[in-house]
Design a protein around this ligand. Structure first.
Ligand code: NAG
Length: 303
């Protein structure tokens, strides 16, 4: 049974730390020195070595593994897996941006080529982005969400790039693809934005829902020179006293960078809506901004 190690664009770099040390030692040992100084020298080395190794083990318990340790971790005989499992080992690095709301950042989630491919697929299909209607609403105000966008499903991409991105999102979120909405590719040009909103649908405003949005996974498809951040005005309970202007871009801001992924949860583990997941797309000052959104539901998704 062949094992494939899917490093998922992450290449561990072994650190050649020891080279300098040997050079120094060789030079030193050529010099003629008496026994006491050699003894003291050895003691110092012993202490230094001890300190280094204890530092190293702290790193391991904190999961800050070096490339070599990472490879050792992956050097297992793979487990027997179920019908829907496979033999691959995945390494998808991420940073915790916040626990309130739960938000996680995935550097270099997609390659620049993949990003350009998705932009090309969407380019000719863009239409003004829409908003879900609240109870009693017939039409939405036009100035809340000013981007252009289009929906794409993985099977619409013959090159398989959307499929690969969706598969990687599934590995990163551990949430099954059957719960995913289609990709929504968005383009924001100068001054375009999306005012603060929840991705979930509070039933008080939208009526009873067949299913709810659990999480959102964004892949930024372009760098944005200025503006266009994804901002969370209520991060850690800030700005919740009613004084905050919804049109202003405040709070925790995530700067779009081409290929980077960003995940946040709209629901708590108990399935109620997390108000801190309120977020906005700040106006683009120097752009454009391209992003692809994947909304993940608490029920299997079908149109
Ligand atoms: C759900 O979880 C949140 C966060 O832990 C908590 O504040 C809220 O009271 C819970 N709601 C219910 C109905 O259990």
């Amino acid at each position: 049974m062949a094992t494939t190690y899917a490093f998922d664009d992450y290449t561990p770099k072994a650190k050649a730390k020891s080279r300098g040390y040997w050079y120094w030692w060789n030079n030193y040992s050529r010099a003629k020195l008496g026994f006491p100084s050699v003894f003291i020298f050895c003691c110092l080395f012993f202490i230094a070595g001890f300190l280094c190794s204890s530092l190293r083990s702290q790193e391991v318990s904190g999961f800050k593994q070096s490339g070599r340790q990472l490879e050792e971790t992956l050097n297992y005989d793979v487990m027997a897996h179920g019908k829907t499992g496979d033999d691959s080992m995945s390494v998808i690095p991420f940073q915790v941006i916040s626990w309130k709301p739960r938000a996680f950042y995935f550097p270099r989630f997609a390659t620049p080529e993949q990003c350009q491919h998705v932009i090309n697929l969407a380019k000719s299909k863009l239409e003004p982005s829409k908003l879900a209607l609240r109870k009693g609403e017939v039409e939405k105000p036009q100035d809340v969400r000013t981007s252009m966008g289009t929906f794409l499903r993985a099977s619409q991409d013959g090159a398989g790039i959307l499929n690969a991105i969706e598969e990687k999102i599934a590995k990163a979120t551990k949430l099954p693809r059957s719960h995913y909405e289609d990709f929504n590719v968005l383009r924001y040009q100068l001054g375009q934005k999306y005012d603060a909103h929840l991705d979930a649908f509070p039933p008080e405003q939208y009526g009873p829902q067949k299913s709810q949005r659990v999480a959102t996974f964004l892949v930024y498809l372009s760098d944005v020179e200025e503006g266009g951040e994804t901002a969370f005005p209520y991060e850690n309970g800030m700005n919740m006293d009613g004084s905050y202007d919804f049109k202003k871009c405040v709070g925790l801001k995530v700067k779009p960078r081409m290929g980077d992924g960003f995940l946040f949860y709209s629901l708590y583990p108990n399935n109620t809506i997390d108000q801190l997941s309120l977020h906005q797309s700040c106006p683009v000052i120097k752009g454009p901004k391209w992003v692809v959104t994947k909304w993940i539901r608490d029920q299997e998704f079908s149109l």
